[in-house]
Design a protein around this ligand. Structure first.
Ligand SMILES: [Fe+2]
Length: 203
């Protein structure tokens, strides 16, 4: 069990999001004003005895997603969200170079199964940090709002999971919703700023 003192002792000063953005810029996948913004988020790594729970990948995972830090594409409408966090081990060490592969439906609840809209991967920086710019996903029928993620430490088994949004009416009715996978949302207005730390059991 964690207590407040433990959490305070683990609190890192700040996490500077945006470390992965050069990947997207270097690949030239898009250029948006919000991409260059460096967002400072307070980070409270919740590493410890409880690794991030695994969840199903669902039916819409596609391999070979583009390497990019933003999934926002020209012509798409929706609310921008900035998701940042770290990949940590249960012993609270950063997992540099971890693969983080995101996919989610568009603002209307549709997955792109032909192309790679709202699909992209990146690698955690030396501090385990990552940041993603995307649009808030819509509601896929039968599910609450969610983002799919695969996280994989170098040369280790991948962890597949899903992230959820706090305050969603459908969370409690969703058949696999897990409160341990709730994003920490600092502001709900666009651009939404959300934070999540993945914890991998690498022992
Ligand atoms: Fe899904």
């Amino acid at each position: 069990m964690k207590n407040d003192q433990d959490l305070r002792s683990k609190r890192r000063k700040f996490l500077t999001a945006g470390a992965a953005l050069p990947v997207a810029l270097a690949t030239g996948t898009f250029t948006l004003g919000t991409v260059a913004r460096r967002t400072v988020l307070a980070a409270t790594p919740e590493c410890g005895d409880d690794p991030t729970p695994r969840q199903t990948a669902g039916p819409f995972f596609k391999p070979n997603s583009p390497s990019r830090g933003s999934l926002v594409e020209a012509g798409e409408s929706g609310d921008v969200m900035l998701l940042a966090g770290r990949v940590l081990s249960t012993s609270c060490k950063p997992v540099a170079g971890a693969l983080i592969d995101f996919w989610h439906c568009d603002a209307k609840g549709n997955y792109d199964n032909r192309g790679y809209r709202y699909r992209g991967h990146q690698y955690a920086d030396a501090d385990g940090g990552f940041s993603l710019e995307t649009l808030v996903p819509g509601l896929y029928p039968g599910r609450t709002r969610h983002i799919h993620v695969i996280v994989q430490a170098p040369n280790r088994r991948a962890v597949t999971t899903q992230l959820y949004f706090p305050g969603e009416r459908l969370n409690e009715r969703d058949f696999i919703f897990n409160p341990a996978l709730l994003l920490k949302v600092e502001n709900e207005s666009a651009p939404m700023r959300a934070q999540f730390d993945f914890v991998l059991n690498l022992d």
